[in-house]
Design a protein around this ligand. Structure first.
Ligand SMILES: Nc1ncnc2c1ncn2[C@@H]1O[C@H](COP(=O)(O)OP(=O)(O)O)[C@@H](O)[C@H]1O
Ligand SMILES: [Mg+2]
Length: 347
């Protein structure tokens, strides 16, 4: 018998998110599960709904945006809120979020500098929450902060402790933010384009670090990137978003070897272009429909090389394709789409 999969940490089910004060639906019917120790990658062009999805899980949607349907459930209860075995994130109040964020949920974003206070040393910004949240003495919080800086691969951590944000490089700042995010020993870390602003060498180091933290701490990771190669390197499973919908979902190696949706195939073609600077999705002709102006049928149909007249007529459901995989393509069963070997993507 195959080993049973690890327990779910985060279960997102039928999530819809509106923007413009409910006038426009930007995310439609998104579902996925992140299990303990697993890394799930959300991938898709800019504007596909990756950030809104992440922010809804972190209780940090921008003003005017809201979850209009669906659930996002964190396994394990919040005894202070009287919830026994699961925490429904879409129903949390401000105090509920304060108990979760930075404790059970950690987050890192693209622009680390904007999440740090420019007038405090980075060491204090890590040590203060350790004192407050974990009740450590000043000396213990300092010691723990230096340990965490070491764990995230910062050299000379004691010196780094006394630096201000402007004195550190982008890669170092991102490591500081990762240290802050994992300081409370969270169950889930959400990383939204966390390596996008970094140069390729530093990007690879930070991705390595995330992989290591996951292995060492059993951390569940929700990794977001517009770059499929980044997701392919770290994630066990890939969830492909297009114009606010999941178009394909499955184990990374299977999706890469034989994509089940033409949009994934197109993304793979882009990702396998060797020159990183030329990895632009503009290589797929056309543009995704704007939120609120989506067609009745398949949202990718007018850019799709395999589209038939039927594709544009009816709403296409996400359907299982084999074990633990699904695709929102009418032709998923009959098309033999071109995959890419992992090594090629990451070469
Ligand atoms: N604060 C906002 N107000 C209005 N529309 C928004 C806001 N944030 C995102 N959107 C819209 O929602 C869609 C998804 O955005 P986002 O989740 O940021 O995409 P991604 O992270 O995949 O690039 C886009 O069409 C975007 O214009
Ligand atoms: Mg984004």
């Amino acid at each position: 018998m195959p080993a049973s999969p690890p327990d779910p940490v985060l279960t997102v089910q039928g999530l819809h998110i509106t923007v413009d004060h409910g006038r426009t639906e930007a995310v439609r019917d998104v579902s996925f599960t992140v299990r303990a120790g697993q890394a799930v990658g959300l991938v898709g062009e800019s504007g596909s709904g990756k950030t809104l999805t992440c922010r809804s899980v972190l209780g940090a949607l921008p003003p005017g945006c809201a979850v209009s349907a669906g659930t996002a459930t964190l396994a394990g209860g919040d005894p202070d809120a009287g919830a026994a075995d699961a925490t429904e994130l879409t129903a949390l109040d401000r105090r509920g979020w304060e108990r979760l964020r930075g404790v059970r949920l950690g987050a890192v974003f693209q622009d680390p500098a904007s999440y740090l206070n420019p007038s405090l040393t980075v060491g204090r910004q890590l040590a203060e929450p350790l004192r407050v949240r974990q009740g450590l003495s000043r000396a213990d919080a300092h010691r723990r902060a230096v340990e965490l800086f070491t764990a995230v691969g910062l050299h000379q951590p004691e010196q780094v402790y006394h630096r201000y944000p402007h004195e550190l490089s982008g890669g170092m700042l991102q490591r500081v933010l990762i240290a802050v995010a994992v300081a409370g020993d969270p169950e889930l870390l959400v990383a939204d384009e966390a390596t996008t602003a970094l140069d390729t060498v530093v990007q690879a180091e930070v991705l390595d670090l995330l992989g290591r933290l996951r292995a060492e701490r059993g951390l569940a990771l929700l990794l977001v990137s517009h770059d499929l190669a980044v997701v392919a390197e770290v994630c066990d499973r890939i969830v492909v978003l297009y114009a606010g919908e999941v178009v394909e979902d499955g184990p990374t190696d299977e999706v890469l070897a034989a994509p089940a949706h033409p949009y994934t195939e197109a993304l793979l073609r882009v990702a396998s272009i060797g020159d990183w600077s030329r990895r632009e999705l503009a290589v797929i002709p056309g543009r995704p429909p704007e939120a609120g102006r989506t067609p009745a049928g398949c949202r990718f149909a007018d850019r799709c090389a395999h589209a038939l007249p039927d594709c544009g007529r009816q709403q296409i459901e996400l359907r299982p394709v084999g074990d633990a995989r699904s695709s929102r393509c009418l032709r998923a069963g009959e098309l033999h789409l071109t995959g890419t070997a992992l090594q090629e993507v990451n070469a």
